[in-house]
Ligand binder design. Structure first.
Ligand code: CTP
Ligand code: CA
Length: 235
């Protein structure tokens, strides 16, 4: 994909993208984390820059080799959910769009010790957790800036209570984000470098876009939906 194909429909726009997975420390050497590589968020940042936007990429534990090297992308590295929230909100206060592509830890250890936790003869102590803030729901509720487009990502599987879209629709309504990109995960889908399948929902759960193929294709489908909303707001 190049500019001839996608155009510069985000020129003059400022966007924030979060990527990667947050880590919640237990002690100086251990953490609770997840396997998100950050590839989808990096692809989103790259695509936005290619389409003319100024981008802040808030990267949670993304491998240095994956981070974009583009003059329009400012990278801010964070580790924990609370750090990610601060960085997203700081950059988001001046942004036209915030995309939460990071895999955010739902819980964190209630306490973090300054010393390494030792093995004892009485066996392991339980790990007490507390709930992290829902950064996306907060952004949707607070609206850091008038007319800001707030976008979430959700990886879903079908189960006995409903299929992927049923779960996606419920999440879209619950979160209140303008757009929710619902990724169907399962065998051979959504992990590593394999093709993705994404359905983009609005806050009511209606389908407003689809993307399938590489993470770059998914990123462009998301920005297509965002650009349509930005255009609608200014006409
Ligand atoms: N998210 C967030 N803050 C959290 C958890 C999630 O901002 N504490 C964002 C993610 O970045 C993503 C979206 O919310 O854009 C959906 O994340 P997901 O984990 O699917 O949603 P949850 O509400 O945590 O629901 P679930 O019980 O399925 O994990
Ligand atoms: Ca979650």
């Amino acid at each position: 994909l190049d500019d001839d194909v996608t155009g510069q429909d985000l020129a003059g726009r400022s966007v924030v993208v979060s990527a990667g997975g947050t880590r919640e420390p237990l002690d100086p050497v251990r953490f609770l984390g997840n396997r998100s590589s950050g590839r989808q968020g990096v692809a989103l940042a790259h695509a936005a820059a290619r389409r003319g936007a100024t981008v802040t990429l808030v990267a949670a534990n993304v491998d240095d080799a994956l981070l974009p090297d583009h003059p329009a992308v400012d990278v801010r590295q964070v580790e924990t959910t609370l750090e990610l929230r601060d960085a997203v909100r700081e950059a988001g206060s001046a942004a036209d769009v915030v995309v939460m592509a990071a895999a955010v830890a739902d819980f964190r250890p209630a306490t973090t010790t300054t010393h390494k936790i030792k093995k004892t003869s009485s066996g392991p102590a339980p790990i007490e957790l507390e709930t992290n803030p829902d950064i996306l729901a907060e952004l949707a509720a607070d609206r850091l800036r008038d007319g800001q487009v707030v976008v979430g990502f959700a990886a879903e599987t079908g189960d006995e209570t409903g299929d992927v879209l049923t779960h996606g629709r419920a999440k879209a309504r619950r979160k209140g984000a303008d757009l929710l990109a619902v990724n169907e995960v399962g065998v051979g889908r959504g992990f590593g470098d394999v093709p993705n399948e994404v359905t983009i929902l609005d806050a009511e759960g209606s389908v407003v876009g689809r993307g399938s193929g590489s993470k770059d294709d998914v990123a462009d489908a998301v920005w297509d939906a965002v650009a349509a909303r930005l255009r609608a707001a200014t006409t």
